[in-house]
Design a protein around this ligand. Structure first.
Ligand SMILES: C[S@@+](CC[C@H](N)C(=O)[O-])C[C@H]1O[C@@H](n2cnc3c(N)ncnc32)[C@H](O)[C@@H]1O
Length: 332
């Protein structure tokens, strides 16, 4: 069955995921938009050769919104230069990654560098942000900005969430970790030292007992494989379905996020599911083709338009696996 034209246009005009990773979601917490009946028509089960995967429990139609997913962890992208730091962070909600319009009435600025799009986002950030505000992050943020590092910013937020008891230190353990190469380990040790020294002084030692090198390495290894680069399309889902808005291309990434269920989706160079961000970091998983009951749902972690050898190299270096999808096996 053909994909509805508007969805098909959106997909064909967008570059599918570049640095993809996933997140896991809970079935109950993600389907809050009432756009689809609950529970979603999927289940997580073991695949033959790719660990866990997501499978259809009934036929899914092309263009169907399979489920939504709220992030467990988010952080805006680091700004490219110090002079843009204030500007950039002011443009993105520090919690949900929504783009803030200049003079937006609802926007709440909490500091020169941090704004929230709504009271709800400000309230939901209270835990980690109360901790974050007690510390001078300029050295840590500069370190990440100069190197273009995004994952240590997610680890920083995770650490603040654990300190504020918003989440537990082992809450990401369910995810598959990446194997860290020797050069990543020495880099990681430097980041870990900087995070610990930044927090020390402002945070009591007893609140930081979880913050060991092993914890840092475990979180980073999971974030590497499971974090998504969030590219917000803009507009509303209704616009996307009803109008020419579907041809709007995604802009640059606004940030990175980790989810629950999306983390269990395996990769395919000819995927049957696409992930979309319309307004903020809430993800929508949409079927590209008709999917039969029992069929595995797969997304694409990289740009599908690149050549076979380069795709294989990217997947091996970035995600640590040799792709076993039908397209790669056929040599295409
Ligand atoms: C985000 S996780 C997906 C869920 C994972 N299978 C699990 O059990 O948690 C990505 C990992 O799944 C495996 N994987 C995903 N797609 C694959 C593919 N096309 N070929 C081989 N392994 C794949 C790899 O081990 C990869 O590092």
């Amino acid at each position: 069955m053909p994909l509805p034209t508007n969805i098909s246009r959106l997909i064909s005009t967008r570059k599918l995921y570049r640095h993809h990773h996933f997140n896991f979601l809970s079935f109950t917490t993600t389907n809050t938009d009432l756009e689809k009946p609950s529970p979603p028509p999927i289940q997580v089960q073991l695949t033959e050769s790719s660990g866990r995967g997501v499978f259809a429990t009934r036929t899914i139609k092309p263009g169907e919104l399979i489920h939504t997913a709220k992030p467990l962890l988010t952080h805006p992208s680091p700004s490219p230069s110090p002079s843009l730091t204030h500007q950039n962070h002011n443009k993105i909600c520090y919690f949900c990654l929504r783009k803030l319009k200049l003079g937006q009435k609802l926007a709440i600025s909490h500091s020169p560098t941090v704004s929230f799009c709504s009271d709800e986002c400000a309230n939901r950030s209270k835990g980690f942000y109360e901790v974050e505000k007690r510390v001078d992050w300029s050295e840590y943020n500069d370190y990440c900005r100069q190197r273009g590092f995004k994952y240590p910013l997610l680890v920083k937020r995770m650490a603040c969430m654990v300190i504020s008891e918003e989440t537990s230190s082992d809450s990401l353990d369910i995810f598959q970790p990446a194997s860290l190469l020797p050069e990543m380990i020495s880099e990681m040790e430097e980041e870990f030292g900087l995070l610990k020294s930044t927090l020390r002084g402002a945070i009591k030692d007893e609140q930081m007992t979880f913050l060991t090198k092993d914890w840092y390495a475990g979180i980073l290894a999971r974030i590497r494989i499971n974090a998504f680069r969030v590219e917000v399309v803009g507009g509303s889902y209704e616009d996307l379905l009803l109008s020419a808005a579907a041809s709007v291309e995604a802009e640059a990434a606004v940030g990175n996020a980790v989810y629950m269920l999306p983390s269990f989706y395996n990769h395919d160079c000819d995927p049957n599911v696409h992930i979309l961000w319309i307004e903020n970091a809430d993800a929508r998983l949409v079927a590209i083709h008709e999917i039969e009951a029992g069929e595995e749902l797969r997304i694409c972690y990289i740009d599908t338009s690149i050549a076979h050898g380069t795709r294989q190299q990217l997947l091996l270096q970035g995600f640590g696996f040799k792709c076993n999808c039908a397209r790669c096996i056929s040599g295409d």
